[in-house]
Design a protein around this ligand. Sequence first.
Ligand SMILES: Cc1cc2nc3c(=O)[nH]c(=O)nc-3n(C[C@H](O)[C@H](O)[C@H](O)COP(=O)(O)O)c2cc1C
Length: 147
Amino acid sequence: MRFKRRAFPALGSCIQVGAATSRTRGRNLGGGSDRTERNFSFFGAPVGLVFTIDRRLKPHSWIDLGLFAQNVMIAAKARGIDTCPQVAFAPFHDVIATHLNLPPAEVTAFGMSMGYGDPDAEVNQAGMPRERVHDFARLVGFPESLH
Ligand SMILES: Cc1cc2nc3c(=O)[nH]c(=O)nc-3n(C[C@H](O)[C@H](O)[C@H](O)COP(=O)(O)O)c2cc1C
């Protein structure tokens, strides 16, 4: 995979913030740290996306939006482009709606940075830890060896 450093110098920071977000969500979203604030400049990415949804739709439609977003991410990756979904935008819907002139029925679900990640960024060296499958899924009817 090829990355262009200058085009997207800070996507790596997104990964570190993501890790902090899952452990200390409240503090991270509200704390005003530099890294948290960089969410709102899309970590320097050349493209920033805002995903909205009709606020009248039910939870299953939010799942559809998540699947749609993941398809965007996979399609981008297939072209060598990196993404970072960012729920950090959600609490700021009113500001976003004003700037983007959103229809009243729409609500901001999340944002997404898109560009070429920097493989040399320190944060990209660490890698995110992955849960084992049986830590988040209960496999029924499969041999023990697959657990
Ligand atoms: C729905 C969703 C929302 C996220 N919101 C943020 C966010 O607001 N800010 C952030 O830095 N990372 C956020 N992350 C984490 C990163 O987008 C990314 O998932 C994380 O850096 C791990 O990336 P990796 O799975 O490719 O290693 C979010 C992830 C998901 C799935």
